[in-house]
Every structure is written in C-alpha cells, then in structure tokens.
Design a protein around this ligand. Structure first.
Ligand code: GDP
Ligand code: GDP
Length: 437
C-alpha cells in the first residue's frame, strides 16, 4: 500500500516550512542507523490517526539557474504539488490581506481539480478570527491554524485525511514479482521497458483497475509472472514539462513502495545524480531489492577497464548499497537486456530468503569466537542468540545481555558476516539489537 502525498504550497513567508516541520516533527523516528541516507529537507513521512503519508514542502524546492522570478517559481512549485500530491495544503498568511500571488496560486490549484485545503496561518486568537476574505480563493472553508504554536493542526489534518484515496489493498498475488524502473527523465526507462516487453517469449497483458491513475503491465516470461509498476514519465510523456518532471520524485517513491525489485537506471554518460541517490536511499530504507542498471552503454568509449572503473564510481556514490548488483545495458541495441529478468528473479529471491535459526546460531557462535566483542568498563557484550524475524527485507533480531554494549562497529561486523555467509545480493538487511533481561 503506497502512502498518500500531501504537498504544502503558498507564497514565501506564509509559514510553509514552519507547518512542514510541525507536521513532520515528533513522528516515527528512525532509530536504526542507516548509513548514507540523509534526511530529506523536502520530503518527510508522517502519520495521523494511524494513516501514514508523505509531506512535501514545495517552498523548499529551489530552481537553480533555471527560473528566477518569484511568481514563476511559485507557479512551478504549485505545478509540482499538483503533479505529486493527493492533497494540497495552500497556506496563506491570515494576518495580511490576500495578495495577487495568493490568488494566482489559488487559480492554478482550482484548475487542477485536486483536493485543496486552505490553511489560514498565523491566527493568534481563534475566538474572533476573521476569515471571510479567504473564501474568495474559491477553495472552500479555510481552516484557522497557528503553525508556530501548533494550534488547530489536528483539525487541519482531519480535513486533509478526508481527501485521501480509499485504502484499497493491492490485489496482486504475492508470488508475482513486481518491478519498478526508476530514473531521471530521458535515462531510458520507456526504452528499457519496450525492449524488455518486446522480447520474444514475453507475453504482455494490461492490468485493469490498478490503483489510481497508474497503469501497470503484467507479463509472463518462461512461465513466470511479473508486474511492471507504472512510473512517472513512462506512460504520460508530454503531459508535464521536463523541468516539473525533474523535480517530481514522489511518483517514483510510490512505485518503489509498491514493488519488490527496483531497477535503478543510471545514465552511462552522466553517472549517479542527486536524484538517483535520493531514490536509491528510499529504496534502501524501504528494504526493496535493487539492481543498478547502467543504460546507454553503447554511447561509452570503452576499453577493458571501463566497466570496472564505472562500477567502482557507482559504488563510491552509492556507498550504502554495495550489495546491489550492476548491469550494463543498452536499451537501444538490446545489449544484455535479456539478462535482466534473470537478475530480477535472483534479487527477489535473495530479498525473501529465510535462514533457519539453528543454522544462524551455529555461525553466530563462530563469528563471536573469531572476533569476540571488546570489553567496555569491565563488562562484555554477550550475544545470546539471533533469529530472522522477517523477509523483504531480511530482518534479524539479535538478543544480547546489554544493548548498550553493542558497538556500532560490532553490529557492522555481524551484518557483514551475515552477508558473507548468505549473500543477500541486491537486498538490504536489517539487524535489530534487543536486550533480553
Ligand atoms: P515559508 O517561507 O512559507 O516557508 O514561511 P516560514 O515557515 O519560513 O515562516 C515565515 C515567518 O512566519 C517566520 O518568521 C515564522 O516564524 C512566521 N510564522 C510561521 N507560522 C506562524 C504562526 O503561526 N504565527 C506567527 N505569528 N508567525 C508564524
Ligand atoms: P525515459 O524518459 O527515461 O523513459 O527515457 P526514454 O526511454 O524516452 O529515452 C530517452 C532518449 O534516450 C530517447 O531518445 C532514447 O532513444 C534514448 N535512449 C534510451 N536508451 C538508450 C540507449 O541504451 N542508448 C542510446 N544511445 N540511447 C538510448
């Protein structure tokens, strides 16, 4: 089930980032260390009444060199919100009169027909708030809030939640491998998909009635079934301009949420971009299988060392996912595209591998014997036992005598040993430390 997206829009200084931080604060803290994954300034996960969602602060999107005038930026931000979000929160400064910029944004939003909730911010006194002017925006009843004082935020969220799409569950058979091809515009996603589906022996059918506006594709290869999750820019070419698309990642994130294996397309001539890192980090955190697909390999002047060098560069850039296999392809010539599904099968299987507790603990004893934990102020960490509690991603719980004695580097050692013994290629693994009293 993918998370709904809520975008915050409004002209500068109305309180968007204050509201964003308010909504994102104090919620599901990430306790585990997840190396290499930086917290995003623009996208945060949040939760209200048990419903999880993603919030975007569009005001934080900067258009470096591209569009300079403030109204153009605001319009672009509104377009991105329309493109990305299920619900849009328009923030206005209720201490001031409406400005032409507020009205311009409101007009853009009205035309989109997306659900919009107007947040009348900076209300200091709720008893005699005068909001009648805000009805002029034509976006329904404004909700008075104070972002800075955290007042009425619950009412705002209640209203936002009423506009979320209904929570229909994905009805795909869990045995079907769901694949998402992700990457920036023009990296070759559509070409790859066409090349893959155009192969002999691939039987394609359309999937009716999948969630929202996504159109997934089902196909069959050598008796196995797959679903290709629809991602931005593949089916809707031309509907949005490239600039907007470049800054739109939440559709890709949704596709990641819904898939088992992510094909992260990287352009051979360009290497790993910031956006690639962001999406890769998200896939890593979500515990998905991942394959790094370097496309347009036909455009690269190569000698016998090029591939190695390139692979090292990628590993450097995406240091937190050294486990991901890399495939060098050309969607255009079809080079190695036929190897892709084999790799998808392998990674999907690795991502759902279960290790028996007895096997695991025989090895854990060996690992500890080979490299005993250091003592800390006379106390020594004891590993009581380890057990795998889940798959997709493989998740292990390690019971110890005293969790505070588990050093970061020792945890890393155990993770590395798990990988050395069992592979889990293309799959993140989670190791949770628990104290047993
Ligand atoms: P943004 O440019 O829309 O992201 O606006 P900011 O979140 O940066 O806020 C702009 C200014 O408005 C800051 O000085 C905030 O402290 C202030 N502000 C935000 N929310 C409130 C509020 O509820 N009441 C008051 N009085 N000031 C607020
Ligand atoms: P998308 O936006 O990620 O779906 O990218 P497209 O599949 O539309 O490809 C963008 C452009 O790159 C098109 O002109 C493709 O013909 C070209 N392209 C895609 N894959 C390759 C490739 O492997 N080699 C070369 N030379 N061009 C490619």
């Amino acid at each position: 089930m993918s998370k709904p997206v809520v975008a915050i829009v409004g002209r500068p200084n109305v309180g968007k980032s204050t509201l964003f931080n308010r909504l994102a604060g104090g919620l599901v803290a990430i306790v585990e260390d997840r190396p290499g994954v930086t917290r995003d300034r623009l996208y945060r996960d949040s939760e209200w009444l048990g419903r999880k969602f993603t919030i975007i602060d569009t005001g934080g999107i900067e258009f470096r060199n591209e569009q300079t005038s403030i109204p153009t930026q605001m319009r672009k931000q509104a377009e991105i919100a329309i493109e990305e979000a299920d619900v849009i929160v328009l923030v206005v400064d209720a201490q001031l009169e409406l400005t032409p910029d507020d009205e311009m944004i409101a007009q853009t939003l009205r035309r989109s027909r997306k659900p919009v909730v107007v947040a009348a911010n900076k209300i200091e006194s709720f008893a005699n708030a005068e909001l009648s002017e805000l009805y002029r925006l034509g976006l329904g009843e404004p909700i008075p809030i104070s972002a800075v004082h955290g007042m009425n935020i619950g009412d705002l969220l209640d209203e936002v939640l009423t506009h979320f799409p209904s929570q229909e569950e994905e009805e795909y058979d869990p045995d079907i491998i769901k694949i998402a091809a992700i990457g920036r515009p023009n990296v070759g996603k559509s070409s790859l998909v066409n090349s893959l589906l155009g192969e002999e022996r691939v039987i394609v059918s359309n999937v009716p009635g999948t969630t929202r506006d996504a159109i997934d594709t089902a196909f069959e290869h050598e008796g196995k079934h797959y679903i290709l999750i629809d991602t931005a820019g593949m089916r809707r070419k031309g509907r949005i301009d490239e600039l907007t698309e470049r800054y739109s990642v939440s559709r890709s994130l949704r596709a990641v949420d819904r898939c088992d294996v992510v094909l992260m397309l990287i352009e051979a001539t360009e290497g790993v971009t910031e956006q690639d890192k962001k999406i890769a980090g998200y896939a890593h955190e979500a515990g998905k299988g991942i394959i790094l697909v370097v496309n347009k390999w036909d455009l690269v002047d190569k000698d016998d060392k090029t591939m190695n060098r390139f692979e090292n560069e990628i590993r450097e850039e995406l240091g937190f996912m050294r486990y991901a296999p890399t495939l060098f392809i050309s969607a255009k010539t079809g080079q190695r595209v036929n190897r892709l599904l084999e790799l998808v099968d392998f990674v999907a299987e690795q991502n759902s591998t279960r290790i028996a507790t007895a096997t695991l603990n025989t090895l854990v004893r060996e690992w500890v014997h080979l490299n005993p934990p250091a003592t800390d102020k006379g106390k020594r960490l004891k590993i009581l036992y380890m057990t795998q509690v889940g798959v997709k991603p493989p998740t292990f719980v390690c019971f110890v005598n005293d969790a505070d004695l588990m050093h970061f580097s020792y945890k890393r050692y155990l993770e590395n040993q798990i990988r050395k013994s069992f592979g889990f290629e293309g799959s993140p693994i989670h190791l949770v430390i628990r104290q047993k009293d």
